[in-house]
Design a protein around this ligand. Structure first.
Ligand SMILES: [Zn+2]
Length: 126
């Protein structure tokens, strides 16, 4: 993990998990009447949204492309995807959190590894 931003490592691990789930869903294929996105109503609470396997894979790939452009800052380097303002200051200087990377990580805030990213705890964020 040397040289990599811990939040980027965390996001990459979550995307690998999402890809695995999406590929598992493709093994069984869609049921008649399945849509790309719908609310699951098996308990009458409408508390789950379901997306199709192909759409989930497309979202994983889109997030991976964003992650590739914004691998985040490290202790000594700025995020290469954030570039600089017109005055030459980096949007995400060394040691700061890249806002694009933070947005990619936010949906996984309930994952135990997320706390190591936001509280400064040591440990493997994967
Ligand atoms: Zn960035």
């Amino acid at each position: 993990m040397t040289g990599q931003n811990p939040m980027a490592v965390f996001v990459a691990a979550r995307l690998d998990e999402d890809e695995w789930v999406a590929r598992e869903s493709r093994r069984t294929g869609p049921a008649p009447g399945d849509h790309e996105l719908y609310v699951l109503d098996d308990d009458h609470r409408h508390n789950q949204i379901v997306i199709s396997g192909p759409r989930a894979l497309a979202e994983v790939e889109a997030k991976r492309r964003t992650l590739a452009r914004h691998p985040g800052a490290t202790a000594s380097s700025e995020c290469p995807g954030c570039a600089a303002h017109l005055d030459g200051t980096w949007v995400t200087p060394a040691g700061a959190t890249c806002p694009q990377l933070a947005d990619l990580a936010a949906p996984y805030a309930d994952h135990p590894g997320y706390a190591t990213l936001t509280t400064g705890q040591t440990g493997d964020p994967r």
